[in-house]
Design a protein around this ligand. Structure first.
Ligand code: BG6
Length: 785
């Protein structure tokens, strides 16, 4: 049934990425290719096409082939399926239609389906191959098993191959494996040792399909060809940073069980992006075709990488995934991650290497960019090339450019082009790539685009080991990523909506050796998801103790509060010409004071009256005085008329807070005189660890204050004597804000969410504006602990 093609060549020379490359000398003969999982998705999409291309390339090489699609299903069911797949393979443009039809026909006749389930199935296959070789008098060159099956089946299949399918001596055995190769260092080690008991290291070909992408295979040859330009600038003095990016638009739907266990770091960063990083930074091999040298140089980079700490990564799941995040394994559900790596070598010291990948982003694109420092300041002609970013971009594909390319900004150098499989692009479409229009680059692209799998299949056949992941390489990579994965289990992920709606939510900022999201916005504890309703992704809105609640990270929260106060102030001034604002002491409002003073320049201070919610019975000029703090942090920085400022009269007749001096009554009279109906427009309150608010502490007999607006009170902590607005004054207000910040308040917030109103025990529960509105402003630390 097989067609035998004459043996012609003894040595194969492939013009790969780098012209000098010479492949392992191998004996031509018959090659049996077995795709285990031969009717699966990967096989259907890439593998059969790759093997058809191999067949075309080898047709006159002296090698002959048989192709087997293997699977668990019986042959009668799966054979038609396999042939449907095989019929879809195609030839490259340079093959004529007639020739293509002939080649396809041969390829189909060389192929068959075989059930590969039990050891006997594998033994039968071996028997079949043996007979075929004998019948046709062929010498066996080798057997190639491509395991396109879930990783848990590897060890068992490898064992079966080892026991029954090894070729006779003199012929090679190659077993190809797809990631995942474990999910951390330990599991990778276990899998490696299981496989190691059946297969020799040189027989294993671990695929990382990024190593087959044309641009990626060209990184080392490009660095070598352009050594004289790159040597002076490929270092910390010149490189601003390195970015290795894979953005995708797809969700992980359909792969949820996989993502539940793996997440984007394991799926993409640990392998594809890490491999690209090593190619960009490793010492150039003297002999590019020496797998050992390439591997050694790669390993050297791994050993020089600084450990990845928790602050060097940010992570996020998409909302559709948050229920998965509530599982114990929450870091693995992540769909986006940005990680900052550093190499501890003099050449790259402090050069940030950003690895970033995510699903459900705005576009599909992959690239590695080396951004160089540009110390030229252009005063006038900003369009002149020397004012523009200096960069080299290894563009893997998709995105605005749509084709793979290497782009060198024209303010760097004109790259050398010696490889006949690459050409220069001189006709520039109106496209911009990473901040530069295409015409600002020297652009090189492959003459013919090839799928990564097709490329790698030809490398497997040629025995080019440096396009694959060796055990040492794999373990070195897991050694880098495993500790980070463990520390991330305690990180809060940022939830993002997906697509264009992400806006700048996922922008990251590099700070020294750390990385963080640029905007300090919502990172909701997964455990809280669903118990609060999200109103936008920056600030969450909900209910707390049946009042409104606004929650965000501290910075965002304070800005929201400042903006709300300003809005109310403007409305009040428009309506009545004046705004009455009562402010609390304590440390929580300090950030608000700064925000108001430094960012809200149009706040109507001229028409604002500032009142005190409470005061400590100390001279106003003392550090402990609330007024002193208010003055230092806010009042002295804004243009508020002196006569609009109303400190509490705690010091009268040269003494502090003496009942007979009537300070509280004086303040009350002042309020009644200035504030319409004694109803402040805005009262800002805090809440203490014991739930006190204003200077109303647990145990204060609040009922005894009757209708009074101001009272002298006692604090359990020094200074004990206080003057405070009463609930009568507070609850007359039009708007009351309760600002709660910091992890330390979380326990209190948890209790408050359960207790009934009892102002003498839990004073803050006495805040219930009669006609106004109460809003809790709570940061995530306080809300979620
Ligand atoms: C795969 C990952 O290895 O690479 C996928 O499992 C990812 O999640 C894919 O989408 C990206 O490959 P490419 O070739 O589309 O950039």
């Amino acid at each position: 049934m097989s067609v035998t093609v004459l043996l012609l060549l003894v040595t194969l020379c492939v013009q790969g990425g780098y012209g000098e490359e010479r492949e392992e000398v191998q004996r031509p003969g018959h090659v049996s290719v077995v795709i285990v999982g031969g009717t699966g998705d990967l096989a259907k999409k890439y593998l059969w096409q790759g093997f058809f291309q191999l067949y075309i390339n080898q047709v006159s090489s002296g090698n002959t082939f048989s192709f087997y699609g293997g699977g668990l299903s019986p042959a009668d069911k799966a054979t038609p399926l396999l042939f449907e797949i095989l019929k879809a393979v195609s030839c490259s443009k340079d093959v004529s239609q007639e020739r293509c039809a002939l080649l396809k026909d041969q390829f189909l006749r060389l192929s068959q389906y075989r059930q590969l389930k039990t050891l006997e199935d594998y033994q039968d296959l071996a028997e079949h191959i043996k007979k075929q070789l004998q019948q046709e008098g062929m010498t066996e060159a080798g057997r190639l098993f491509y395991l396109s099956v879930p990783a848990f089946a590897y060890a068992d299949i490898a064992d079966k191959i080892n026991n029954s399918c090894r070729p006779a001596s003199g012929a090679w055995l190659r077993v190809v494996l797809e990631k995942p190769f474990g999910h951390d260092f330990r599991s990778a080690q276990v899998l490696a040792s299981q496989l190691g008991s059946s297969l020799k290291d040189e027989e294993m070909y671990r695929i990382d399909h990024y190593l087959g992408k044309q641009v990626v295979t060209k990184i080392l040859p490009f660095r070598i060809e352009n050594k004289r330009f790159l040597d002076p600038i490929w270092n910390k003095q010149h490189i601003e940073r390195v970015e290795i990016v894979l953005k995708e638009t797809l969700d992980v739907k359909g792969r949820i069980p996989f993502y539940d266990q793996y997440g984007v770091i394991r799926d993409v960063l640990q392998n594809h992006l890490t491999e690209v990083m090593t190619l960009l930074t490793m010492r150039l091999p003297v002999n590019l075709s020496s797998s050992e040298e390439v591997l050694q140089n790669k390993l050297h980079i791994f050993s020089s990488l600084l450990p990845l700490e928790k602050n060097q990564a940010v992570i996020g799941p998409v909302p559709s995934h948050t229920n998965i995040c509530s599982s114990a394994n929450k870091q693995s559900c992540l769909c986006v991650s940005a990680v900052l790596a550093h190499i501890d070598q003099a050449q790259y010291e402090d050069v940030p290497i950003l690895l970033i990948s995510g699903k459900m982003l705005d576009e599909r694109v992959g690239y590695a960019r080396i951004l160089f420092k540009n110390d030229i300041f252009c005063l006038q002609n900003h369009n002149s090339i020397h004012c523009k970013p200096k960069q080299i971009v290894f563009y893997f594909g998709h995105g605005s450019l749509q084709y793979p390319a290497i782009l060198v900004s024209k303010n760097l150098f004109k790259p050398v082009l010696t490889d006949s499989e690459w050409k220069e692009v001189t006709e520039h479409t109106d496209v911009s790539v990473l901040g530069l229009s295409l015409s600002d680059y020297y652009v090189q692209t492959p003459t013919e685009q090839r799928e990564a799998y097709t490329e790698l299949i030809s490398h497997i056949f040629a025995g080019r080991k440096n396009s694959f992941i060796s055990t040492e390489n794999l373990l070195a990579s897991w050694g880098l990523w495993t500790p980070l994965l463990s520390t991330l289990s305690s990180s809060f992920p940022r939830i993002y909506p997906g697509g264009a709606d992400n806006g700048d939510l996922l922008d990251v900022r590099l700070k020294g050796k750390d990385i963080r999201f640029n905007s300090e916005v919502v990172i909701i504890s997964p455990d809280q998801m669903g118990s609060t309703s999200a109103g936008g992704f920056q600030v969450m809105q909900g209910k707390f103790r049946s009042a409104d609640m606004v929650s965000a990270w501290a910075e965002e929260l304070v800005e929201r509060l400042a903006a709300d106060i300003e809005e109310l102030a403007e409305a009040a001034v428009r309506e009545s010409g004046v705004f009455h604002l009562a402010l609390s002491g304590g440390s929580s409002p300090l950030a608000l004071f700064h925000r108001l003073a430094l960012h809200h320049f149009s706040f109507p201070w001229r028409n604002t009256h500032v009142w005190m919610v409470d005061e400590r019975c100390v001279p106003l000029t003392e550090l402990e005085s609330n007024f002193y703090t208010l003055h230092n942090h806010l009042l002295q920085h804004v243009r508020i008329p002196y006569y609009n400022i109303h400190p509490m009269p705690v010091q009268l007749n040269h003494r502090l807070c003496v009942e007979e001096d009537g300070g509280a009554q004086l303040y009350e009279t002042e309020i009644s005189k200035w504030v319409n109906g004694s109803s402040f427009h805005f009262v800002l309150l805090g809440v203490g660890y014991d739930s006190h608010t204003a200077s109303l502490f647990p145990g204060t007999k609040v009922k005894e204050f009757g209708e009074s607006l101001v009272a002298l009170t006692e604090s359990p902590v020094k200074p004990h004597q206080r003057m405070s607005l009463t609930f009568s004054a507070i609850n007359r207000a039009q708007r009351v804000a309760l600002l709660v910040m910091g992890k330390g308040k979380h326990e209190l917030i948890t209790q408050l969410s359960r207790v009934k109103d009892d102002p003498e025990k839990w004073p803050v529960t006495g805040v219930k504006p009669t006609n106004g509105r109460l809003v809790w402003y709570m940061d995530y630390d306080a809300l979620l602990g």
